[in-house]
Design a protein around this ligand. Structure first.
Ligand code: B3K
Ligand code: ZN
Length: 868
């Protein structure tokens, strides 16, 4: 275990900073093997502050320090490797320091580091302190001027935030660029890039007629892969003007692609840095899902320019203020650009499978956490995805028009400030005149609320009564929680047809505020089938006991995409859990499935409807009442798939044939067709016939990665070991120079649902294309194995858990953030039966016992073990 317990930080202990920093002048000089950072801060004591100044600074080699030009004597300051303390400072002064850092040996990928041939930064949340001394907290906003210097041949491109002021050549083949950002910003938005990069350029004319230069910087080999990101950026800029009235505020917007990056992308002011996997696109290296993902991430980072940069967070507990809101904004954007129904179902499916599990586990926390040891551990599904659902509920409660006015009021009121989630809700209250006091509990209470709805129909009075009960389960540190305020959107079917309410509307939103509450609906002419939680109007578990006939009616006739999909998921989950498949599936389920097959929805939605609930979501359901046996779940699900594959074989074949597409286009119509065609092909693999022959043909003639991977996956899962090896080897030979495709190749093997995938993953860790320093490769191989291969990960002898334990041990001090994320599957140990749970805990204990355990991993592991 690490020495001394790391300190927990509490939200309630927030105190304003003692000093303001109005201006920062940095000179960053990059040399081979080390970098010098010279900083001049203009500081002002705020009223009531003490005499001493304490700055953050992690692992810096301090070479010089002076105040207003006077060098400090050795006893005039103290630096302990984490904080610099100067006991007595004036009220208004300039502090100059020079430090030496080593980007080349920075494997945490936080602060300034080297990735392949380029240098780049990642400062959010607390990486700036690894570059220079500062008040590294989001509520200190300063104007930055940055001079970057490096060897001109090694790093011809030198970038930072804001506008380029000047460039000039220096002695010894070096050069410099000076950047100035007029918008005061917290240091987590600082960025710097230096390297040998190509620039792909375009421009955008804003609503008010200003021309903004747009640049995407990539390695030369990737310069043909920027078109999709550039188009996505322009669409995002236009959308934010049209929907929120927000216009870009500088004349330059840069994106840089980097291969070694801990997450997807980062919204640094005017210098977004992207993981290559979230920006580069071409039919050969990007799947259909990848195209959509890139569009939404480019939009997300761009939207942060207002929701995050112009108005930022007061402290890191408020992270969802910018993240939840921005995820909501990017989801609105994607819904507008593509199919809104498909986007919603995909988002809900992701949230219910992964965020619900987080909320039910040891790391459960509110959207606005109360405490943390390491903030990097709180970039979670709860803060992002549940946070977005909370904003979506505000949107439903207020209506679109009032919500947008509220957002505009928020941006105007708090421009240039660091504020709280409460400020956001208050802005919404002010414009709408609504009291959102109870609604604020969504920010405070962890856990997924459970909703049960009882229906009563009075034929005489033509009245429907819905009685809604709400239960908020206990989570670590929180019990006896009061009810939440939530919108419950409902609709009706009568005689198998959507039915309007007496005011003519098809959907009515009930506002649930009590633990048990009845709603009367008048003018209902006969007993309806009730369609509940339309659009997934609140992030709750709906505990309903619909009979098969109700589910079938919803599947075949409801107007709401989510409800129809959810009814199918419920029905299929019930069938899979019931072991009914041993005797063949019931005619009523086959008829419901058949009606989904026949339904008149677009192909993308049909593909979602006909996809069985994932093994993960079945496990989540099972965990509500019992211990989870992943092997049993998989076997039952596979049997259902086989029955459906055989029963509807001719239909699948027709669908497969009719979904053939022409030359590849990543547009909505082709993407939907491919999704449905691949699903049909997948079912056909269970129906016998010559599915493998089809897969070989598909692989040979594919003109895009989506088809190629569907075929390769089928071969890897269903063909003999020797055919599998041949296909994998030839795929690798063809694509070995495309790192992003090789990552997919790793994932296909890591997720092969067979016990010996453990050995295969161990062998691939020795493959020349694998690299322990590269987070994409770690996620593609080790992450995918542990989170998406339940059969192998939960192998009875514990070899899967051990593989993950070994990887975390190897990584945890080199890259604490990535290592802490990899722990997630082990933290779910309480879900599983004794033997498995015990073996998972053994790995956690072993990690807990490591020397020099990083704060990140310590927090996750210790919280998971506390749960016992
Ligand atoms: N704000 C960044 C995430 C930073 C993560 C730091 N560990 C990306 C985003 O959400 O847009
Ligand atoms: Zn974000």
């Amino acid at each position: 275990m690490r020495e001394g317990s790391p300190k927990t930080i509490y939200r309630k202990e927030y105190a304003e900073p003692e000093f303001a920093i109005s201006r920062v002048d940095l000179v960053v000089s990059i040399f081979d093997g080390y970098t010098l950072v010279s900083s001049t801060l203009h500081l002002n004591r705020r009223s009531g502050a003490g005499t001493s100044l304490v700055l953050d600074g992690e692992g810096l080699e301090l070479e010089a320090i002076d105040i207003d030009g006077e060098s400090l004597a050795a006893d005039g300051f103290h630096y302990d490797g984490r904080q610099l303390t100067i006991p007595a400072v004036p009220d208004d002064f300039h502090l100059h320091t020079r430090v030496k850092i080593c980007p080349e040996s920075n494997s945490s990928l936080e602060g300034l580091y080297r990735s392949r041939t380029m240098y780049c930064t990642q400062c959010e949340a607390e990486g700036f302190r690894k570059i220079t001394f500062f008040l590294d907290r989001p509520d200190v906003l300063a104007e930055f001027q940055v001079t970057v210097e490096a060897d001109k041949a090694v790093c011809p491109v030198l970038l930072s935030n804001g506008n380029l002021q000047s460039t000039r050549d220096l002695e010894d083949g070096r050069h410099q660029s000076v950047w100035h950002d007029p918008w005061p910003k917290p240091c987590y938005l600082f960025a710097l890039v230096a390297g040998d990069l190509e620039c792909v350029s375009d421009s955008f004319v804003t609503a008010s007629g200003r021309t903004v230069a747009l640049h995407i910087y990539v390695e030369a080999k990737d310069q043909n892969y920027c078109g999709h990101a550039m188009d996505s950026l322009k669409r995002s800029m236009r959308w934010d003007e049209q929907v929120y009235g927000l216009e870009y505020d500088l004349d330059l917007f840069n994106i840089v692609a980097v291969d070694d990056f801990n997450m997807g992308a980062m919204e640094n002011k005017s210098l977004n840095i992207f993981n290559t996997s979230c920006v580069l696109a071409s039919p050969d290296i990007t799947t259909d899902a990848g195209y959509l993902r890139i569009e939404s991430i480019v939009a997300h980072e761009y939207f942060h320019n207002y929701s995050g940069n112009r108005v930022t967070c007061r402290d890191w507990f408020q992270l969802s203020l910018k993240e939840g809101f921005t995820v909501f904004r990017d989801a609105q954007f994607s819904a507008d650009m593509n199919s809104a129904g498909v986007k919603r179902v995909e988002d809900v499916s992701f949230l219910r499978t992964h965020q619900f599990a987080e909320d039910a586990g040891p790391m459960a926390h509110p959207v606005r956490p109360d405490s943390f040891i390491e903030i990097s551990n709180f970039y979670t599904l709860t803060v992002y995805e549940k946070g977005s659902e909370v904003v979506r509920m505000l949107h439903s409660l207020l209506g679109h028009e009032a919500f947008i006015r509220g957002a505009q009021h928020y941006f105007r009121t708090f421009d240039g400030q660091a504020v709280t989630c409460d400020d956001f809700v208050a802005a919404m209250e002010q414009v709408s005149g609504r009291d959102l006091t109870q609604f604020r509990r969504w920010y405070e209470q962890a856990g997924t609320p459970e909703l049960a709805v009882e229906e009563q129909y009075d034929a005489q009075a033509q009245q429907l009564t819905l009685t809604v009960s709400q239960h908020n389960p206990d989570t670590p540190g929180q019990s006896d929680k009061p009810p939440l305020h939530l919108p419950l959107a409902v609709g009706m079917l009568i005689d198998g047809q959507p039915q309007a309410f007496d005011d003519g509307s098809m959907t009515r939103t009930l506002e649930v505020t009590e633990a048990r509450q009845s709603f009367q609906i008048d003018g209902v002419k006969s007993r309806p089938v009730v369609s509940l939680l339309r659009g997934f109007s609140a992030p709750v578990r709906l505990k309903s006991a619909e009979d098969d006939a109700t589910l079938e009616a919803l599947i075949s006739a409801d107007e709401d995409d989510f409800v129809r999909w959810d009814a199918m998921q419920r029905y299929a989950s019930r069938v899979i859990a019931s072991r009914q498949q041993d005797q063949g599936l019931s005619p009523s389920f086959l008829s419901a499935f058949g009606s989904a097959l026949d339904s008149d929805v677009d192909p993308a939605m049909k593909a979602l409807l006909l996809t069985l609930p994932s093994e993960e979501s079945l496990a989540d359901l099972r965990a509500q009442t019992d211990k989870v046996d992943v092997h049993e779940i998989r076997a039952a699900r596979e049997r259902v798939k086989a029955v459906l594959g055989n029963h509807f074989e001719d239909r699948w074949r027709d669908i497969f044939d009719s979904c053939a597409t022409g030359p590849y286009q990543p547009d909505g119509s082709q993407i939907g067709k491919r999704a449905l065609g691949h699903l049909a092909f997948h079912y056909l693999c269970y129906a016998g016939g010559d599915a493998l022959g089809t897969a070989q043909q598909m692989l040979a003639k594919a003109d895009n990665l989506t088809d190629r991977l569907a075929a390769l996956r089928a071969i890897v899962c269903f063909a003999s070991a020797s055919d599998r090896r041949v296909a994998l080897e030839s795929f690798y030979q063809r694509w070995q120079d495309e790192a992003l495709v090789v990552n997919q190749w790793f994932t296909v093997q890591a997720t092969r649902p067979a016990a010996d995938a453990v050995e295969a993953v161990r062998a691939l860790q020795q493959h020349p294309a694998f690299d322990w320093r590269n987070p994409n490769k770690l996620r593609a191989l080790v992450g995918a194995f542990a989170s998406a291969n339940p059969v192998a990960f939960h192998r009875a002898d514990g070899a899967g858990y051990e593989l993950l334990g070994d990887a975390i041990e190897r990584l945890q001090s080199a890259n604490p953030q990535v290592a802490a994320r990899l722990c997630a599957p082990l933290t779910r140990h309480a879900r599983y039966a004794d033997g498995a749970a015990e073996a998972m805990r053994r790995q956690l204990q072993r990690i807990a016992g490591l020397e020099n355990l990083s704060r990140d991993v310590y927090e996750v592991v210790s919280r998971s073990l506390e749960q016992d």
